[in-house]
Unconditional design. Structure first.
Length: 693
């Protein structure tokens, strides 16, 4: 069986036209070819730290023949198999030598996985023509991370050997079990009108990477690593969950506290040691406050790895801001590494996230994650930032408008829209959700802009979207490859696909069936599904109509009595009609979007000047009332009225039929000084003020 690998550093490519090099001139790199027990060939590649290297190999098990490279890879072809080796000495002396055996690998599971004596790498890309695995080995200068610096080892995969269907794979024996950073280069069609965005100059993050390594400290502008990269860890001991159990709080008894991990304890007033402020461990220290409030579930703003520095990519009016909310997902499996204590990195972040979940469970508090499966951090074509999906297979991962020159559809308001109901993307989402339940013991999910999940691959709304249905009401998700094959058959089989999905929808999913699942039932494309989100008696909804009607009634708008009574009684007009219960209505007056409770009674209009968007961002429809004075005041009457209004809102929320949700800081009257879109402020604007509690 043919097995071929290509190991190279593009920094050496410019030298190939100027140097006559041969295997004999490269004693620092050894290459051996042999036959394994299955009859397929293996290769042993020995690399020396400090050398820029380019190896192109092809082995059939018949032996090797040295060839001289000249004039840009012109080979003296011979009948026997050929091995090409180029070694260009770097400026510094070699330090260490490692030997790795290269195998073809296996297509499952996706991501980096441990196999006997090695690490298997597998990644999906249907349209890529060239895939290269890039490795940054332990001991490399991590402040470089750029290929031109000569630190990255690259293995080009042979499509005849390292590809099964649409999965590219390779196995490397004797590779360290931790500490290796990795990514991929991919090349393919350059036709943007057909949805492709391949760029082989970029090292891409594996969508199935379980940890992301990058800057160690939140908002660190001095970080020199040029790219975020995936990593793995098969050395750390298994986390001791002890007797941890899901609290399994009945939906009708749930009281949700929406919060941001970093902002909750980042302020000096938290009284915590600086090493744990703004971290998962910092949250643990404040569990007594949550218990005193009486909440039994926390809904964490995004904790998947995100890029808080997205506004620093190029000069723009927002380049002074840092994304503290986290709605800029880089990867759907990795916990936010910069929420680790003391700059501990991704492995420590994973362990501390588990400690946080375990501590919350021990206190009887469930953990619900705010998940962002509607878009990623990669922007659009006007402001692109290719880090992963865009460069791996843009046409598959994103909704593309082929009638408009292959441009991105933007139902998220963030430049791109994840193609959620494509079978491959659907399986990615399902794998991610199950991973967070099994690996991190979370109790539920709140889906940001969930109406995106109800759109087909062409952006049109679906009555029974496969992802929404199969994710939470089926015995198991359909295999993405199987579904894809069915969809490629003739029109007659389309009925069979629908029947298959309907049959799977009858039973409950073994992993996700006990999870709380909450939809934000709208998107930025106008698909407003409050009371109409496809539910199968499973999905709860953020009730935006509750928010608006309660605000208007307590504000004093005319004609709101009936609507207010309906909301207080469980919004039967929205949920009884489709046989759902009042607890399927997540009642809220305040959420992270919009005014805080204090600002709702202190400002008539938004004051978002600090955001740098000229007042274009944030809603203008707030149903707020400043009680007679705009902003801060010393008027005792205004202050007293505002206090009473806040109590009115709290009282209405807690006695309404349905599931109440309150925002972190509203218990003491936190102000963002009239900013109703404070996603980019890592400051007192968002940080919990403990002295006011």
């Amino acid at each position: 069986m043919l097995r071929s690998t290509y190991l190279h550093s593009p920094s050496s490519l410019s030298l190939l036209n100027r140097h006559r090099l041969s295997l004999a001139s490269a004693p620092a790199i050894g290459l051996q070819s042999s036959m394994n027990g299955s009859g397929s060939s293996e290769q042993l590649v020995t690399t020396t730290r400090g050398c820029i290297r380019h190896i192109s190999t092809s082995a059939y098990g018949h032996g090797t023949q040295e060839n001289v490279l000249e004039d840009g890879l012109n080979e003296q072809n011979a009948a026997a198999d050929v091995v090409h080796t180029v070694d260009v000495e770097a400026s510094r002396a070699p330090e260490t030598t490692e030997s790795f055996k290269i195998l073809s690998g296996q297509a499952h599971p996706l991501g980096a996985s441990e196999v006997e004596n090695g690490i298997n790498f597998a990644i999906f890309s249907r349209h890529a023509s060239t895939v290269t695995l890039c490795l940054l080995l332990p001991g490399s200068d991590r402040t470089k991370g750029k290929v031109e610096d000569g630190e990255m080892v690259e293995l080009r995969l042979d499509p005849n050997i390292n590809r099964t269907g649409d999965i590219w794979h390779i196995c490397i024996e004797d590779l360290p079990r931790s500490g290796v950073l990795y990514g991929y280069r991919m090349d393919g069609p350059k036709d943007w009108q057909k949805g492709h965005r391949f760029d082989s100059s970029i090292v891409l993050i594996d969508p199935y990477a379980k940890f992301i390594e990058g800057r160690r400290f939140f908002g660190d502008t001095n970080h020199k690593l040029s790219k975020l990269l995936g990593t793995y860890d098969f050395d750390s001991p298994t986390f001791d969950w002890g007797d941890d159990k899901h609290p399994n709080i009945l939906e009708r008894d749930l009281i949700i506290y929406e919060m941001n991990v970093r902002a909750f304890t980042m302020d000096e007033s938290s009284g915590l040691d600086t090493d744990i402020r703004g971290s998962y461990l910092g949250l643990i220290e404040k569990i007594p406050h949550l218990l005193e409030l009486g909440v039994n579930a926390v809904e964490l703003l995004p904790v998947f790895e995100f890029d808080e520095m997205e506004f620093q990519r190029f000069p723009n009016p927002r380049d002074h801001m840092i994304n503290t909310w986290g709605y800029s997902t880089v990867n759907f499996f990795a916990p936010m590494s910069r929420y680790a204590s003391c700059g501990g990195g991704p492995i420590k972040a994973s362990q501390e996230f588990k400690r946080m979940v375990k501590a919350l469970h021990n206190a009887g508090i469930e953990v619900i994650l705010d998940v962002v499966y509607n878009h990623t951090n990669e922007g659009d074509d006007e402001n692109p930032y290719t880090t992963s999906f865009r460069g791996i297979d843009n046409k598959v991962y994103y909704m593309v408008d082929f009638s408009n020159g292959g441009k991105f559809m933007n139902f998220s308001g963030c430049g791109n829209t994840l193609n959620c109901n494509h079978p491959v993307v659907m399986e990615l989402v399902l794998d991610s959700l199950r991973y967070w339940v099994t690996e991190y013991h979370v109790d539920g999910f709140r889906f940001d802009l969930a109406s995106v999940l109800c759109r087909g691959t062409d952006g049109s709304p679906l009555n029974a979207p496969p992802l929404v249905r199969v994710s939470f009401v089926s015995d198991k998700a359909p295999c993405a490859v199987a579904l894809l094959c069915l969809q490629k058959l003739n029109h007659v089989l389309s009925t069979l696909v629908k029947v298959l999905q309907l049959g799977l929808a009858i039973a409950k999913d073994a992993v996700l069936s006990k999870c709380k699942i909450i939809a934000e039932p709208w998107d930025c494309g106008g698909l407003y599904l409050v009371g109409k989100f496809p539910n199968w008696d499973r999905w709860a909804e953020w009730n935006g109509m509750y928010r608006d009607d309660v605000r208007r009634f307590i504000k004093g708008d005319c004609g709101m009595k009936a609507a207010f009574a309906t909301r207080m009684a469980g919004s039967g007009d929205l949920y009884r009609v489709n046989q759902r219960k009042p607890y399927h209505s997540i009642n809220f007056v305040i959420a992270h979007d919009g005014f805080t409770l204090y600002d709702l009674v202190s400002y008539n209009v938004k004051h978002n000047e600090a955001n740098g968007e000229g007042g274009r961002d944030g809603s203008n429809d707030n149903h707020s009332w400043n009680c007679g004075f705009e902003g801060e005041t010393t008027d005792a009457n205004v202050i007293s009225l505002r206090s009473r209004q806040m109590k009115n809102f709290h009282m209405a929320l807690m006695i309404s039929q349905g599931t109440p949700m309150m925002l972190m800081g509203d218990e003491y009257g936190h102000t963002r000084f009239g900013n109703n879109n404070s996603y980019g402020h890592d400051s007192v604007i968002n940080n919990f003020q403990w002295k006011q509690v």
